[in-house]
Design a protein around this ligand. Structure first.
Ligand SMILES: *Cc1c(COP(=O)(O)O)cnc(C)c1O
Length: 351
């Protein structure tokens, strides 16, 4: 018998997340997954690998709590922020009954996580200026347990207005959790909503070491929330979710020296982002949207043709669902220069 027929119908019908890795490509400039160009060194110890890890390694939780300025009872660590999304869905949404709500264009994993657990998905698109459509959200809250808001938003790059987030938190009190996806907040820490945790028991914040900390391959993320929410998530998480070497490396990344290095690298990438933004803005017919993360969303006269020309020449970027837009991750200065030069030449050819 074909095992395909044994799979749940939901899974047979599911289109998996089209991650940058899965889409493939070949080339020498990879600016498609919002990874950091920096390669940092860490010490690895093997003397505890015969033992299971602790579920929530104390040193790691304390280090992140100190970095985020919250209490350690408000921190959960997991296999990337993506596992945080999944844990929230599994903990708070009743299958075939409850829903999540999110605001496209945004990150794709909210809907995938909901769909794999037979949880409903409601979409309330962002407004024309990529802000929350609060009246529409208010009308669509029936049966919604989780509202996902990404700021800086991926792929558009903009911040969601703080006063709107506060309105949303008030609107959803006693009804739903508001999950702020702050995967890119280390590039603009002043925009974090972490200070609102004390005031709003329904606020949850997702963080990661994958972007600013240059550790996408480590798979280490965090959920920040009030202790009641964290304790519920701990009932659902696997018994040994954090490999010993992952915790060791993450603690080094969050040490004073590690934090100083990240701060320096964030400044460096912000300078490269400004360089790329200025260079692209000078090209005729090109619109660069203000970006607060380590990526820029850029509109071109013919986005598809340009994307393909770049791809064929070994410059791998990310196509966005928004008309003629391409998302460009901020790489090293050399990668930014080469990408800008190629785009400039390509656009001159067409005009
Ligand atoms: C990269 C990203 C994540 C996932 O982070 P991981 O910790 O690598 O799982 C979550 N949300 C957004 C918006 C992202 O861009």
């Amino acid at each position: 018998m074909n095992p395909e027929l044994l799979a749940r119908k939901t899974i047979r019908d599911l289109t998996p997340y089209q991650s940058a890795r899965r889409l493939g490509g070949s080339g020498d400039i990879w600016l498609n997954a919002n990874e950091s160009p920096f390669v940092n060194e860490f010490k690895i110890q093997c003397d505890r690998l015969n033992r299971y890890s602790t579920c929530q390694p104390e040193a790691l939780i304390q280090a992140y709590a100190d970095y985020a300025r919250v209490d350690k009872s408000q921190v959960l660590t997991s296999r990337g922020a993506d596992e945080g999304i999944e844990l929230l869905v599994r903990t708070f949404c009743e299958p075939k009954q409850d829903s999540i709500l999110y605001c496209p264009p945004t990150y794709g994993m909210y809907s995938i996580s909901a769909e794999t657990f037979d949880v409903g998905v409601k979409q309330v698109p962002l407004t024309a200026d990529w802000q929350l459509d609060l009246p529409s959200i208010a009308e669509n809250l029936d049966g919604v347990k989780l509202v996902f808001v990404c700021s800086p938003n991926n792929p558009t790059g903009n911040l969601i207005r703080r006063e709107d987030i506060i309105s949303l938190l008030n609107m959803t009190q006693d009804k739903a959790l508001v999950v702020m996806d702050e995967a890119y907040i280390d590039f603009c820490p002043e925009a974090s909503t972490v200070d609102l945790l004390a005031q709003f028991p329904n606020l949850v914040i997702l963080r990661t070491l994958s972007k600013a900390f240059a550790l996408a391959g480590l798979r280490c993320g965090f959920t920040l929330a009030n202790a009641v929410v964290i304790d519920l998530l701990l009932k659902v998480i696997a018994p040994y979710p954090v490999p010993v070497p992952v915790a060791d490396i993450a603690v080094q990344a969050l040490s004073p020296a590690g934090l100083a290095r990240t701060k320096f690298q964030v400044l460096d990438l912000s300078a490269n982002r400004a360089y790329l933004q200025a260079g692209l803005s000078m090209l005729p017919g090109v619109t660069v949207y203000d970006g607060y993360g380590n990526y820029l969303l850029v509109r071109f006269p013919d986005g598809d043709a340009l994307f393909k020309a770049l791809w064929d020449n070994g410059i791998i970027l990310r196509r966005s669902p928004i008309d003629n837009c391409i998302r460009i991750s901020i790489g090293s200065r050399d990668e930014c220069e080469k990408t800008l030069a190629f785009i400039r030449t390509q656009l001159e050819k067409i005009s």
